[in-house]
Design a protein around this ligand. Structure first.
Ligand SMILES: [Zn+2]
Length: 246
């Protein structure tokens, strides 16, 4: 997710990359990269759209991580990222608030690999095999939680199926090559309220064609704050627990 301050700071340009990933369920995926304008690619939005359906509605729940007999959802991981404290902090919230447990990988075939690549990105949900969660040092070290939520199967909040009741998308202010990030998805909202304070919500001026122009305006009260990068909101936590039956 991107908030206004970060957006100003990084003056993001954007690169849209269509990526076909060979998954067990073989959806086509979009991966969205956000370029800083420097030689380093910086990603925060990092979306993955199955072409068939929302990940939260995947067939046979194959895009979710499996719960074990102890009602714990273990997600094996390896880390090549050099700031392991950031990773540990991101994971600790899941461990204390949900039944998700990130465990050091031994021989498990499905796992996440946390790397410091060019940008910040993650697949949407469990893809099968190794899947990279990239946390670029300059761009998203504070967003480890955001990326991990993508890996669990969560979209950006402003793409929720019912978002038009809560936000107005100002298409004329959106960089054309980033418009995909604002497309509404067929999401499973799990009877949870629209959450302006979700860590998965974009900020008001994310991907604006011009600094300060709003791409997302909350309705009916346009003064409501949207987007944050501090941590999971209560609703974010609730959704993890609902989706994974914690
Ligand atoms: Zn994202």
């Amino acid at each position: 997710m991107i908030n206004n301050e970060e957006e100003k700071k990084h003056n993001l340009n954007v690169l849209l990359q269509l990526t076909q990933i060979n998954l067990k369920q073989k959806p086509a995926l979009f991966m969205v990269l956000f370029n800083t304008g420097s030689s380093e690619v910086l990603i925060e939005g990092d979306l993955v759209f199955p072409k068939t359906r929302n990940a939260l509605y995947c067939l046979n729940n194959n895009c979710f991580w499996k719960k074990n007999s102890n009602n714990i959802v273990e997600i094996p991981y390896i880390v090549t990222y050099n700031n392991k404290l950031v990773i540990a902090n991101a994971m600790s919230t899941f461990h204390s608030k949900t039944c998700i447990r990130f465990v050091a990988r031994s021989t498990q075939s499905d796992y996440i690999s946390i790397e410091n690549k060019d940008g910040c990105y993650s697949s949407l949900g469990r893809t099968g095999g190794k899947q990279v969660v990239s946390l670029n040092r300059q761009g998203c070290v504070y967003h480890g939680i955001h990326e991990l939520l993508h890996a669990l199967g969560f979209y950006h909040e402003q793409t929720r199926s019912d978002r038009d009741k809560y936000v107005m998308i100002n298409w004329e202010n959106i960089s054309p090559d980033m418009a995909q990030n604002f497309q509404k998805q067929n999401t499973n909202n799990q009877n949870t309220p629209y959450d302006y304070g979700s860590i998965m919500h974009y900020g008001k001026t994310t991907f604006s064609i011009q600094p300060g122009l709003e791409t997302i305006t909350p309705i009916p009260d346009e003064t409501v704050e949207i987007g944050q990068s501090q941590g999971m909101s209560n609703t974010d936590i609730l959704r993890v627990n609902k989706l994974y039956g914690c």
